[in-house]
Structure formats: C-alpha cells, structure tokens
Design a protein around this ligand. Structure first.
Ligand SMILES: *[C@@H]1O[C@H](CO)[C@@H](O)[C@H](O)[C@H]1NC(C)=O
Ligand SMILES: *[C@@H]1O[C@H](CO)[C@@H](O)[C@H](O)[C@H]1NC(C)=O
Ligand SMILES: *[C@@H]1O[C@H](CO)[C@@H](O)[C@H](O)[C@H]1NC(C)=O
Length: 445
C-alpha cells in the first residue's frame, strides 16, 4: 500500500516538475585537475562540488590547500602520488613520510579513502618507471599498515584504456600481451589488499577518430540500437559500458574475475579544434548528464549488472595551461570563474536542483532522448582508446614535461601508439563487416 502511494506521488512529482531524473544521485566522483593559473580558491570549490551532487573528488596530487578546504565536508578523496615520486617510494621510510605528510595529517577531518600511486604508468612504455610501480604501491601500503591506516585508506594506480590490446567485442577484452608480466603483480596487489582497479576511459576518443563510423548516440548514452556481443549475447547501448566490460573480461582472462573496476576518468570536451569532431557544449552536456543519470540508477554494466558504477567525471574545471589540442583545455564542468560551462540539470541529494534544465535535451515524464537512432549497425564501434601520454600530475615540472610530450607527439612518436586491429581476431567475416572496429589515435595529454 505504502509503496503504491509512494509510487503515485513519485510519478506526480516527475510529472509536475518535468524533471527526468529526480530522487537522489548516487555517489558521483569528479576529477579536480589544476593545470591552470586562474582557478578559484579551493574553499570556493567546495560549494561547486556540492552543487553537482558529487561526494567524491580525485586529485592528481595531495594539494594541502584543497585537503584543508574540504575538511569536515564529508567529501571523500582519492589523492595522487605522482609518477615523478615513484622511484623514491621503494624506500618504505620515504613512503611513510609521504603518507604522514600528505594523508595522515588531514585525517579524519578530510576523508581520504585512497591513494593512487602513479598515473597511466604502463602506457608510458618506460620500463624503469614501470619497474618502480608495484614496489611503490607496496611501500605505500606498508606505510599505511605501520600507521594503522590501511583499513581506511586503500592503495591503487590508474591506467589508460590503451593497456588493452583487444576491446571488442567486450567479452574478448585482453591486456596488451607485452604488459602481462607487469600487470599480474599489480592485480595480485589489488587482490591481496582489496583495492579497486582504476581505468581512464574516453569514448570521445573513439568518436573523434572516426566520427563517420562511430554512432554519436552510442557514445553519448542516447537512445540507439546498440550492439550485441556475439559471444555472450549481451546487449550494449553505450560505448562506455562496452569499454568497462572489456576491462572486466581482460581481468577475468588473467584469473581476476572478482576485482572491482572503477572508472577513474571519463568525460567529454565542450570545445575542440576544427578537426576535433563532437567537441561541443551540447554533446558534453549529454555525455556527462546522461552518465550521471545512469549512475543514479545504480545499474551496473551488462557483464556486472549488480556492481554499482564507480565513476569520476573528468573534470571540475577547464584548465587553461594544459598543452595539446583545444579539447584538452575544455573538459571542465565549470569555467574558472565558477559558472557552469553548460547546464547539467542535476538533482541534488537534498531534494533541490542545481538547475532545472533537463537532461540530454529531453523533458517529460520519461527518459526520451532527443535524437532517434541512426543507421546503427554500421554506426559502431570502438571501444579502444589508445591515448598514451596523459594527464600529468600537477606542478610546473609536470607541465613542462607535458609540453615536451606534446611536441614529441606532434613529431609523430606518440601518435604511433594506437591499438592495432588484433581486437577483431576471432570474429567471423560476417561479424567483421557488421561490427567494424575503429581505433582512435588521439592523445589526451
Ligand atoms: C541543497 O544543496 C544545495 C547545494 O549545496 C544548497 O545550495 C541548498 O541550499 C540545499 N538545500 C537545502 C534545502 O538544504
Ligand atoms: C540554469 O543554467 C542556465 C545555463 O547555465 C542559466 O542560464 C539559468 O539561469 C539557470 N537556471 C537557474 C534556475 O539557475
Ligand atoms: C608502447 O608499446 C606498445 C606495444 O609494443 C606499442 O604498441 C606502443 O606504440 C608503444 N607506445 C609508445 C608511446 O611508445
């Protein structure tokens, strides 16, 4: 009875407000990158984070100003330990000093729940750096144990989706073979310490690389026919889920079926260069708005329907000092002056709305995406991203390094890194025709 009544009220609310997605937003995470010289003071970022209903923030360092500003706000943090520090961290004493200064000092007022050690280390193809990764993760974990913090703070690292060699169909997901020997110890570490596997995944890259072949509705979570994984018969109606399940499949193939996968970055730029198809405010709004709506529904992916999505949107702000194509500086939900780049229309958990604009251009009592599906089956697919050089850790040195990386990439070195076509091995010719696989060859710096 009560339930029915609730249902009734509920639909009335939806009807009268015209809001597509009310109730509460599941825990949304957001990346707070700071490669910019014009961002608001961290204390002024607190209300912005709350205004989008985000309860989790990922930092690329352990910026003391930010960690202080967010004390007693209930917001949960993942802090970053930069690639440039990995070498030093082999030494447990140094790791312990780092943890004391950058984590313990802020607990418990600031909720730091995780440290990500190194960002996209494996896809730098730098054997020295890669060799430092697991020892660094282990030292940091040991330091946490020594300080009695290991139960509340987990240790992980974030990967680029380009660690996959095969990503389509999702069930055939596999890691790059040359990385197996470095991935296995990382997975062992996760299994032992109970920390999640983090992946940065950008359907945008696939679209940007092949705008004619990749269906925009499929990448923007709009209504579309989707694709069927021929081995599992699972239906995918968006590329991000296919990417996530490809990671689950790759983990399962190495025997780590139960490791949770969290999406440490995903997003869509609101602006790009002329050759960057799809980088518009409307598409960014659809991508991020629809994504947040999906998260609020607490649905999992087709392969893991019962696992909540754990996603960190990239990013809080447009960052004016990031090198690379224009899109790189335009992933933000907010402009540096604190105004939204576009309206997300997010329902806040306290029952108010940050802005009543509805999601994805639709309005009404049910979710009806604006655009109808296009020609579908040819309109698909790629899942893989092969971005190599990546979001750096903050600081002038990193910015400099990144500029070098960007110029290197312009010379063509880095652009050579792209997923090959082995991803389609195992498919029949017919499936090959239907399920074309496209790779993206862009970078996110
Ligand atoms: C709900 O949260 C928003 C954003 O933090 C705030 O502006 C608003 O005042 C809150 N409303 C209530 C009723 O607490
Ligand atoms: C919603 O956001 C749009 C665009 O940012 C803005 O023009 C509008 O005034 C906002 N509405 C409210 C009620 O805040
Ligand atoms: C890294 O190694 C892989 C596999 O050998 C290769 O495909 C890729 O192009 C390399 N990436 C870079 C940035 O050198």
């Amino acid at each position: 009875m009560d339930l029915c009544r609730f249902h009734y009220c509920f639909s009335r609310i939806i009807f009268f407000s015209g809001i597509v997605f009310p109730v509460m937003v599941a825990s949304i995470g957001v990346n707070y990158g700071q490669i910019a010289n014009n961002l608001p003071l961290p204390e002024n970022v607190v209300p912005l984070v709350k205004s989008i209903g985000a309860t989790k923030v990922k930092l690329y360092d352990a910026d003391p100003r930010v960690l202080q500003a967010f004390a007693n706000t209930g917001v949960e943090f993942i802090v970053g330990l930069g690639n440039d520090l990995l070498g030093k961290m082999k030494d447990v004493d140094k790791a312990q000093t780092w943890v004391k200064t950058n984590v313990q000092a802020y607990l418990p007022a600031t909720k730091i729940s995780s440290i990500f050690v190194g960002n996209e280390v494996l896809t730098f193809n730098d054997t020295t750096l890669t060799g430092c990764l697991v020892p660094a993760m282990q030292s940091v974990h040991t330091a946490l144990v020594n300080l009695g913090l290991d139960k509340q703070v987990s240790v992980t690292t974030a990967h680029s989706l380009a660690i996959l060699e095969t990503s389509y169909p999702p069930s055939s997901g596999a890691f790059r073979r040359d990385l197996t020997s470095c991935i296995t110890p990382i997975l062992n570490f996760h299994a032992k310490t109970g920390s999640p596997f983090l992946i940065n995944a950008y359907p945008y890259f696939a679209y940007k690389a092949s705008p004619k072949q990749v269906s925009l509705d499929f990448v923007l979570f709009q209504q579309n026919q989707g694709i069927i994984d021929p081995s599992t018969n699972l239906h995918y109606d968006n590329m991000l889920f296919a990417q996530i399940d490809a990671v689950y499949a790759a983990l399962a193939a190495l025997g780590y079926k139960k490791l949770p996968v969290h999406i440490s970055e995903t997003g869509w730029p609101s602006k790009g260069d002329e050759d960057e198809a799809g980088a518009t405010p409307d598409n960014a709004k659809k991508y991020n708005g629809n994504l947040m709506k999906l998260m609020s529904q607490k649905k999992g992916t087709p392969m893991k329907p019962d696992s909540d999505l754990n996603i960190y949107v990239f990013a809080m702000f447009n960052e004016n000092m990031k090198p690379g194509p224009t899109s790189e500086r335009n992933y933000g939900l907010f402009k540096p002056d604190g105004t939204p780049v576009y309206s997300l229309g997010i329902a806040l958990s306290n029952g108010t709305f940050s802005n009543t604009t509805s999601f994805g251009g639709s309005s009404g009592s049910s979710y009806t995406p604006a655009s109808s599906q296009g020609s579908s089956s040819t309109g698909y697919l790629t899942i893989s991203s092969a971005n190599t050089k990546r979001y750096p850790l903050v600081g002038p040195e990193r910015v400099k390094e990144n500029k070098e990386a960007a110029s290197e990439s312009r010379k063509g070195k880095i652009f050579q890194c792209r997923n090959n076509f082995k991803g389609v091995l195992g498919l029949s010719m017919k499936s090959l025709i239907v399920l074309k696989r496209w790779t993206h060859n862009s970078i996110r710096v």
